[in-house]
Design a protein around this ligand. Structure first.
Ligand SMILES: Cc1ncc(COP(=O)(O)O)c(C=O)c1O
Length: 544
């Protein structure tokens, strides 16, 4: 009956147990101390760096812009009462930085090495910054789960099992509190006024940009453009750089794995400009055929736009290699990180991406906020895609002079509060450590794969060697909707459908799949709950 017999040698019980012990059940402090020594537990929200946006970001003359920095506390302390209220464990100033009032820079999180955690975690302190005392301890999934209030929700009388993380992720209390705090104590438009709340809001917003920069390993905060999400980021590149630089006969390469967000904008551009869209094929397991990719590359290739993790199959693609091959023929490279950033450490400079896009809501942050990373020179060589306030240096009726990146590409008022929420989400995952998240999820994915393969008549779609989070499948004898509904009755949320990736599903002769997808707050018990419903369905079908 079992279809899951072809396990790799290393994926046996003992190896899994050893892996689990090594990563998640190490003696308290052991793993943390090692990571601390290697500097990996230090939050990327580095407290001391000078914020370096070069250009003034206001259409108003303002002396505080004179040194080319985003103004912080132009009128007051630059410190939110909401933050002060949280007590000694909260976002306290670290002191010794006279003359600077960027609270986001002075902020030393209480959970970081060298800073004592707030004793006992007093209410808001614990809620905002406490992170359940995760750092310097082995990964404790139960402590993590305590940070996500929605995981206590009952659905159809059962505790919610959230396995729809590729569609969107749940939000920790720290993110929810940070947004509420913004609206309670900091809300203002940014950059444009000389009053206290504008300073607080600007500090918080630009602080979030800096956090994204560090999280992605970008060279400068100027390379971080806030957008609505990955879709908007890709459209931005197509409608600005693509419109400006591509022409008839030019070729754009995508892969068969792509989400519609990384197909449609290029197709639209290709139609407008007379370009040609070319597609890297995949093998039966959902892995890119790199030899075929090499054959597609040539002097006409201007862009390779590739996902780092497939949302439909979970395949991790070799983006660094893909990028290097594209650069060798003079093409630019866009990496769609919508499905990767929440599962693994990302370094845009190491992968040498020209652009990298992500959606906040898939990274435990709110909807409506996302990021376009772009190399600074490239962003500054790119025509703006939207015009309006914020992105200009000077406007007359005859002519407009634009700002440099990032604001050159951020016309109008951005989603300020949710950008701040994104910063809080980044603090959250960084404090746990993306490498620990990756290791734990790898373990969980192996566990789930093993169990799913044992369900009779279950066909896994996407069995690449390197995968993250996603377990797409179809179950013989049941429609995907039937499976989804049976799971929902037990409080288990999975996605059924085409996952906005029709071409890759059709590659396997399918229009839709059932797609559970994991995040670091999921457990083996969640997987067990999923698999037991599938077994029950099969038993029920066998009884006729
Ligand atoms: C790989 C990938 N790219 C792009 C997107 C689009 O993201 P958003 O809808 O948040 O803009 C998604 C969403 O599922 C995705 O999985």
């Amino acid at each position: 009956m079992s279809t899951g017999t072809e396990q790799p040698e290393w994926l046996n019980e003992r190896a899994l147990e050893q892996l689990a012990n090594q990563y998640f059940k190490a003696l308290p402090g052991e793993e943390g101390v090692r990571q601390k020594e290697e500097g990996r537990l230090v939050s990327p929200a580095g407290p001391r760096e000078v914020f370096d946006i070069k250009d003034p970001q206001s259409s108003l003359p303002d002396p505080h812009f004179a040194d080319g920095r985003v103004p912080a506390s132009v009128a007051g302390s630059g410190r939110s009462p909401g933050l002060q209220e949280v007590g000694s464990g909260g976002m306290a100033r670290s002191g010794g930085t006279a003359g600077q009032a960027y609270y986001f820079m002075d902020f030393v999180a209480p959970w970081l090495p060298g800073k004592k955690e707030a004793a006992g975690g007093t209410g808001l302190t614990a809620g905002v910054n406490g992170l359940s005392g995760l750092v310097q301890q082995p990964f404790d999934v139960n402590a993590v789960r305590g940070d996500f209030p929605i995981l206590k929700e009952l659905v159809n009388g059962r505790p919610l099992v959230w396995l729809d993380n590729a569609a969107t992720t749940q939000k920790p209390q720290q993110v929810i509190d940070r947004i509420s705090q913004f609206y309670r104590h900091e809300n203002s438009n940014v950059h444009r006024a000389a009053h206290e709340l504008a300073a607080r809001a600007t500090d918080a917003y630009e602080g979030a940009r800096k956090k994204v920069q560090n999280f992605l390993g970008a060279g400068s905060a100027n390379e971080i453009v806030f957008v609505r999400g990955a879709t908007e980021a890709i459209n931005l590149v197509a409608k600005s750089w693509g419109e400006q630089y591509l022409g008839a006969g030019d070729e754009i390469i995508v892969s068969h794995l792509e989400h519609h967000a990384n197909i449609v904008p290029w197709q639209q551009l290709a139609e407008r400009k007379g370009c040609r869209l070319r597609v890297i094929p995949v093998d039966d397991r959902g892995q890119l055929l790199m030899d075929e990719y090499a054959k597609l590359l040539g002097p006409k290739t201007r862009l390779v736009s590739i996902t780092q993790v497939s949302n439909a199959l979970g395949t991790i693609t070799p983006v660094r290699e893909i990028g290097a091959m594209a650069h060798a023929v003079g093409a630019k490279v866009l990496v769609d990180g919508a499905q990767s950033v929440s599962h693994m450490p990302v370094d845009v400079r190491a992968m040498d991406a020209d652009w990298f896009v992500l959606s906040g809501h898939k990274l435990f942050a709110p909807t409506g906020i996302g990021v376009l990373y772009g190399k600074e020179a490239l962003l500054n060589e790119t025509q703006p895609w939207q015009g309006g306030g914020n992105m200009i240096k000077d406007v007359t009726f005859e002519h407009t002079q634009y700002q440099n990146a990032p604001v050159r590409l951020e016309a109008g008022t951005g989603n300020i509060a949710d950008a701040v929420g994104l910063g809080a989400a980044i603090d959250y995952v960084s404090a746990i450590g993306m490498d620990r998240i990756e290791a734990y999820e790898h373990y969980l994915l192996d566990y789930a794969t093993r169990l799913l393969k044992e369900v009779p008549g279950l066909r896994l779609i996407g069995t690449a060697d390197r995968k993250a989070s996603v377990l797409s499948f179809v179950l013989d004898g049941f429609t995907n909707d039937q499976v989804g509904q049976a799971l929902n009755k037990e409080g288990i949320a999975v996605r059924t459908g085409h996952h906005c990736a029709q071409p890759i599903l059709r590659r396997y002769g399918l229009e839709s799949t059932v797609r559970p997808s994991l995040a670091f707050y999921n457990t083996c018990a969640d997987v067990d709950a999923l698999v037991s419903v599938l077994w029950r369905l099969k038993r029920w079908a066998a009884r006729g």
